[in-house]
Design a protein around this ligand. Structure first.
Ligand code: HT7
Ligand code: ZN
Length: 873
C-alpha cells in the first residue's frame, strides 16, 4: 500500500452539488441507485477525468444525462471508477449491488443484530456507491430507503422525513431530505425493528426540536440518561458557544456492532450501544459519565465538524481536538471540574505519552498516512484537545470565544484547515500564534527540565526552564515550542501563594509564563519568603515536567497548593518517588521498606475534612502500573507490580481503621442517581474498600460480600465482584462470578464487564481463562465490544500479558491475524501493545518482535500492515 501525502493535496476536479440515493435493502444483495448532480470545479482543467472511489461494489449500470455509458467509456478497478470524458455539468446515474450481511469490517453498509446501519467516516461511503469520497465535496442529500415492512419497520436517514408508504410484496419505503450540504462521511442510514423514546428541546430562538432515541425493545429502559445528557449538551452549546441546533429532528440510534464509540452523522447519530445505554443495575458510574461525554461530543460535532468540516483527513484534529476540548469542558461544568481534569490528564499522561514515545508517534496533523482509520488516535483527539486548551489559555476565554464565533461564521458550510481555525484565533486576539503552530507539526512529548533558586539576600526567585522534544520516527530535529506554563510560588512559611512580580510587573498569585526558547530564566522579585514553585498548574501544557522536588516539598504542596490539580499531582509525585525506590529494591533483591512520609500524607488526607470527596478519592489512588511503567527507562513488569502491591498493602496495614471508617461513613441507601455527589461518595467508599482488600482484611471481605449481594447498583456490585475475583478468595469469588454470569447472560453490555473482570485479575491462570472464555456463547470475535472486553482487557493485564513464556503475546497475535481478515480496523488497534516492544527487557523484546514478524508474514490489510511495518522499522 502507498502512503498519501498532505503536500499532494489538490482541490477536487468535480464537485457533487446534490445527491439522490435509493436503497433497496437485502442482506446479500442490496441495490443502491445514485443520481449525482456534478459540476466541474472552476479551477479544474476541462479535460480532467472524473475519478470516483468505490470498493466491494458490483456495478450494474452507469449513465450520464440519461445515456448509458459504453464499456469503453470508463475504467473500473478494485478501488476507482475512471471516466475520461465528461461534460462541465451533468447527472451521473449508477446502480450497484453490495452484501451488508457479509460486511464484517463494519465500514459502509452492514448488519448488526439483523439491523441495517452505516459507518462512513472516514472512507466508508465508497463501499456504498461510486462517489468522490473526500470531505471537501459537499452536497445536499435526498435518500429513499426501501425495506421489508416486518423486519425493517423503521427506515431512517439524515435530515427530515418527507415521504413514506407501502410497496408491493410486503415492502415499504421512507424518503429523507437533508438540506445542509455535507460530505459523504456524514451520510447515515438505519433500518430495522427499532423502538423509540421521544422528547423535545426548545432552542434559544424558540424552535422546537424533536429528539428521538432508537433502540431495540429490551433496551427502552436504558435511554433516560442519554436523553437527559443530550438536552444538557444542547443547552450548554447555546450558552457557552452560542451554537443552536439547525434541524427539526435529532436522532440517536444504538447498535451493538460498532468499531468506535459513536458517529456524528448529520441529524442521525449512530452509537455503539455501550456509549449510550445505561441503567443503574447494568452500568457503572464511569459508564454513566462516559455516555454523557460521548452524547455531548457527537452533538457538539454538529457545528465543530459538520457545519464546518475538514478539507482533508490530515486536518482530522481540527474537528476532533476542538470537539474533545468542548466535551471536556461540558463534563467539567456538569460534574466535578477538578476531578474531570485529573482523570483526563491521568489517562493522557499514561496513554498518549506512550503513543508519542512509540513507533507510531505522529504529529496532531500528520503529513502522510497509508490508512486514515489508523489515525483516530489519542494524539489527534486528546493531544489535539490539549492544544486547543492552550489556545484558550493563551487568549483567555473571551477572545477564544470571539475566535470561535468568527470561525463558525466565516467558514459555515465549508471544508477548511487548521490554519483557518488558528487564523481566526490570532485575528481576534492579535496574539502571534506562528510559533504555536509547531504544536501541529511536531510529534513527541516535550520535556521541561526546571530548577529554581531562592536568593534570600535580594528576595528573588530564579526559575530556569529548559525544553527539549525527543526525536520521533521521521523527525529527528525539533524546534522549541511555545509552551504556556501556569504557575504559582507557594510560601513555605505562610503556606500561601505569593504575588508574582516579573520584570517589575505584578502578575497576581497565579500566572502564565511563556517558554518559547530552548532555555529561559525567569526572575521573580519581591519574594518575601522561600517558596516551593507550583508549576504547570491544571496541566497547562501537554509536556513532561521535571523539577527536583524533595519529598518534603511534595508533602507541602499536597496540603498547601491552591491549585487542586497540582495538589493531586504532588501526591502522585510523592508516591512515584517511593515506588521508584521500591522498584529498585525489588530488582536488587533488597528488603522493601515503606516510606513513612507517604503513609503520613495519606493519613492526613484520610483524616482531614476534605469537602470534595471525588478529589479525595483520586488523591488516595496510586499511579497505575501503566503510568509507573511510562516513567521507567526500561519497563520491569514484575518489579512494578510488586512495588505497587507493596505500597497498597503497607498503606492498608498502617491505615486499616481509617479505611474502615471511610468505608462506613460513605455507605448510603439513597436510590441511585448519577449525581456528582453520589458518584463522589461511591468512589471514596470503593477506594477505601480496595485498600482493605489489598490485605484481604476479614471485615473488608464481609463488606465486599454484602455490597455484592445488596445489588444496589452496578458500580458497587461490579467493584465488589472485581475485588473478590482479584483476591485469592476463590471460595467466595467463584460462586459470585458464576451467579453474576448467569443473572446477566441476556445482557451483552454486562457480559462485557464479566469478561473484563476475569481477565484483568493478577493470578496466573488468566491466559487459560481468556482461551476458555473465547469459546463462551456470549463471546464473538466479530463484535468489537467483545474483543475489547476480553482480548483488549487481557493485553492491559500487565503481569499476565507479559508472561515470560511469550504465550500472552502469541495469543494476541493469533487474534490479530484472525481479525485482520474480518475487521482490519479493530485488528490494527488491537496489535498496539505488541508495537511497544522497545520499552521492555531483551527477552520480552525478542518475544514481542517474533510475534510481529509472524503477523507480518500473513497477507495483511493496509491497516495492520501500516502499524506492524512501523513497529518493526
Ligand atoms: N468522528 C467519529 C469517528 C468514527 C470513526 C472513525 C473510523 C472508523 C469508525 C468510526 N466511528 C466513528 C467519532 C467521533 O470522534 O465522534
Ligand atoms: Zn469526534
Amino acid at each position: 500500500p502507498q502512503p498519501v501525502y498532505l503536500s499532494d493535496y489538490q482541490p477536487p476536479a468535480y464537485l457533487v452539488t446534490h445527491t439522490e440515493l435509493t436503497f433497496d435493502l437485502d442482506p446479500a444483495a442490496t441495490r443502491v441507485k445514485a443520481r449525482l448532480q456534478i459540476e466541474r470545479h472552476p479551477s479544474a482543467d476541462s479535460q480532467a477525468p472524473l475519478v470516483l472511489n468505490g470498493e466491494h461494489l458490483t456495478l450494474i449500470s452507469l449513465a450520464i444525462d440519461g445515456s448509458p455509458l459504453a464499456d469503453a467509456a470508463y475504467q473500473l478497478t478494485d478501488e476507482v471508477l475512471h471516466i475520461a470524458d465528461v461534460p462541465e455539468t451533468f447527472m451521473l446515474e449508477s446502480e450497484v449491488e453490495l452484501a451488508p450481511s457479509s460486511n464484517t469490517a463494519l465500514e459502509g453498509l452492514y448488519q448488526s443484530n439483523g439491523m441495517y446501519c452505516t459507518q462512513c467516516e472516514a472512507e466508508g461511503f465508497r463501499r456504498i456507491t461510486y462517489y468522490p469520497d473526500r470531505p471537501d465535496v459537499m452536497a445536499t442529500f435526498k435518500v429513499t430507503v426501501i425495506g421489508n415492512a416486518t423486519s425493517e419497520p423503521v427506515l431512517l436517514a439524515n435530515g427530515n422525513p418527507v415521504d413514506q408508504g407501502a410497496l408491493e410484496n410486503g415492502r415499504h419505503f421512507a424518503t429523507w431530505e437533508d438540506p445542509h450540504p455535507k460530505p459523504c462521511y456524514l451520510f447515515a442510514l438505519v433500518a430495522g425493528n427499532l423502538h423509540k423514546v421521544e422528547d423535545s428541546f426548545e432552542t434559544v430562538s424558540g424552535r422546537n426540536v424533536t429528539l428521538q432515541l432508537w433502540v431495540e425493545q429490551e433496551n427502552l429502559d436504558k435511554t433516560e440518561h442519554a436523553m437527559a445528557s443530550l438536552k444538557r449538551a444542547m443547552a450548554w452549546d447555546e450558552q457557552t458557544y452560542g451554537r443552536e441546533y439547525d434541524l427539526d429532528l435529532f436522532m440517536i440510534v444504538a447498535v451493538n456492532d460498532f468499531n468506535m464509540g459513536a458517529m456524528e452523522n448529520k441529524g442521525l447519530n449512530i452509537f455503539n450501544s455501550a456509549a449510550v445505554l445505561t441503567h443503574p443495575n447494568t452500568a457503572t458510574d464511569a459508564a454513566f459519565q462516559n455516555v454523557e461525554g460521548i452524547v455531548a461530543h457527537e452533538y457538539f460535532h454538529n457545528w465543530s465538524g459538520n457545519r464546518v468540516t475538514c478539507r482533508d483527513w490530515f486536518q482530522l484534529s481540527l474537528k476532533e481536538g476542538f470537539t474533545v476540548f468542548r466535551d471536556q469542558c461540558f463534563s467539567a461544568d456538569t460534574n466535578s471540574a477538578p476531578v474531570k481534569r485529573i482523570q483526563d490528564v491521568s489517562f493522557f499522561r499514561t496513554a498518549q505519552f506512550a503513543e508519542d514515545a512509540g513507533p507510531t508517534a505522529h504529529p496532531i496533523r500528520p503529513d502522510h498516512f497509508i490508512e486514515i482509520t489508523n489515525f483516530y488516535t489519542l494524539t489527534i483527539y486528546e493531544k489535539g484537545a490539549e492544544v486547543v486548551r492552550m489556545l484558550r489559555n493563551l487568549l483567555g476565554w473571551e477572545d477564544f470565544r470571539r475566535g470561535s464565533d468568527l470561525y463558525f461564521e466565516r467558514f459555515d458550510g465549508q471544508a477548511v484547515t487548521i490554519e483557518d481555525f488558528v487564523g481566526c484565533m490570532a485575528e481576534v486576539s492579535d496574539v502571534d500564534l506562528s510559533q504555536f503552530m509547531r504544536w501541529y507539526s511536531q510529534a513527541g512529548t516535550p520535556e521541561i527540565d526546571a530548577h529554581g533558586e531562592y536568593d534570600y539576600a535580594h528576595g528573588e526567585y530564579h526559575l530556569t526552564l529548559r525544553q527539549r522534544t525527543p526525536a520521533t520516527p521521521g523527525q529527528s530535529d525539533k524546534l522549541p515550542l511555545h509552551i504556556p506554563v501556569r504557575m504559582g510560588l507557594v510560601g513555605t512559611k505562610s503556606g500561601q501563594d505569593l504575588t508574582l512580580t516579573l520584570l517589575g510587573e505584578k502578575l497576581g498569585n497565579d500566572a502564565v509564563i511563556h517558554l518559547t526558547e530552548d532555555e529561559q530564566t525567569f526572575v521573580f522579585t519581591d519574594v518575601a519568603e522561600a517558596p516551593v514553585p507550583s508549576l504547570l498548574r491544571d496541566f497547562s501544557a501537554p509536556v513532561k515536567l521535571h523539577f527536583p522536588y524533595s519529598r518534603e516539598d511534595l508533602a507541602f504542596l499536597l496540603t498547601h497548593d491552591s491549585d487542586g490539580f497540582n495538589r493531586w499531582d504532588a501526591g502522585q509525585r510523592l508516591a512515584m518517588l517511593a515506588l521508584d525506590d521500591l522498584i529498585a529494591a525489588h530488582r536488587n533483591g533488597v528488603e522493601k521498606v515503606m516510606d513513612s512520609r507517604v503513609v503520613e500524607a495519606f493519613r492526613t488526607l484520610l483524616t482531614s475534612a476534605m469537602s470534595d470527596k471525588a478529589v479525595l478519592a483520586e488523591m488516595l489512588t496510586l499511579p497505575s502500573e501503566a503510568y509507573i511503567a511510562e516513567q521507567q527507562p526500561i519497563v520491569d513488569v514484575d518489579a512494578i507490580h510488586a512495588a505497587r502491591e507493596f505500597v497498597r498493602q503497607s498503606l492498608a496495614v498502617a491505615l486499616r481503621d481509617e479505611f474502615v471508617a471511610v468505608y462506613k461513613a460513605n455507605q448510603s441507601d439513597e436510590p441511585y442517581a448519577p449525581t456528582p455527589e453520589q458518584i463522589a461518595q461511591r468512589s471514596l467508599k470503593n477506594v477505601a474498600l480496595t485498600y482493605l482488600m489489598a490485605i484481604e482484611d476479614e471485615e473488608g471481605i464481609t463488606f465486599c460480600e454484602t455490597q455484592f449481594a445488596a445489588e444496589h447498583n452496578m458500580t458497587d456490585v461490579r467493584h465488589a465482584l472485581t475485588l473478590l475475583v482479584h483476591s485469592d478468595r476463590d471460595d467466595i469469588a467463584s460462586p459470585a462470578l458464576k451467579a453474576f454470569g448467569e443473572k446477566w447472560a441476556h445482557d451483552p453490555l454486562v457480559m462485557d464487564q464479566w469478561f473484563t473482570i476475569q481477565v484483568s485479575r493478577p493470578q496466573p491462570d488468566v491466559l487459560e481463562r481468556v482461551q476458555y472464555l473465547m469459546q463462551h456463547p456470549a463471546f464473538s470475535i466479530k463484535n468489537p465490544n467483545k474483543v475489547r472486553a476480553l482480548v483488549g482487557a487481557f493485553a492491559q493485564n500487565r503481569i499476565n500479558f507479559h508472561r515470560l513464556d511469550g504465550k500472552g503475546y502469541a495469543l494476541l497475535a493469533d487474534v490479530v491475524i484472525e481479525l485482520n481478515r474480518l475487521n482490519p480496523e479493530i485488528a490494527a488497534r488491537l496489535v498496539t501493545p505488541l508495537t511497544r516492544w522497545q520499552r521492555f527487557d531483551e527477552e520480552r523484546q525478542q518475544l514481542m518482535r517474533d510475534e510481529l514478524v509472524r503477523i507480518k508474514q500473513e497477507p495483511l490489510s493496509s491497516n495492520v500492515f501500516e502499524v506492524v511495518e512501523k513497529a518493526l522499522a
